[in-house]
Design a protein. Structure first.
Length: 138
């Protein structure tokens, strides 16, 4: 592990108070860990902006009775099979399914796949969680 380095930060008292309140509500035990996470979050955002190799999850909720929808979602996933690590289908109730698709690849390709799946007619909810492969993060 890297050696820890201490540094001072100057900021407005009110901003620090808001930050402390915020991190308490998020269950952080100290400011250092919260600041580390903010920095890492920003680096992950940059990985996506710079079209690096990233990982993530696409979550979809849809009614499987919707005509042709299941076939369409399967077809889209086959077209992009190289990006898909796994997919997990859960039958939420008689009508609704939740599918989570774990993906890894170039950010722009993953966005494209997520947009295609989310915009398929009949998908009630679609979301892309933009995560990281972790390779570039300390
Ligand atoms: Ni189902």
């Amino acid at each position: 592990m890297d050696k820890l380095v201490r540094f001072g930060v100057s900021l407005e008292r009110s901003l620090l108070q808001s930050f402390d309140k915020h991190i308490m509500s998020k269950n952080y035990s100290n400011r250092s860990e919260a600041i580390r996470d903010l920095i890492r979050e920003d680096f992950v955002k940059i990985e996506w902006q710079e079209d690096k190799e990233v990982a993530g999850t696409i979550t979809l909720v849809y009614n499987h009775h919707q005509r042709e929808l299941v076939n369409r979602l399967t077809e889209i996933q086959h077209m992009h099979h190289a990006l898909i690590i796994s997919s997990h289908h859960v039958h939420l109730d008689h009508h609704n399914c939740l599918e989570s698709v774990v993906v890894k690849g170039k950010a722009s390709k993953i966005r494209e796949l997520a947009d295609k799946l989310k915009s398929a007619k009949g998908v009630k909810f679609g979301d892309l969680t933009m995560a990281t492969t972790g390779k570039e993060l300390k």
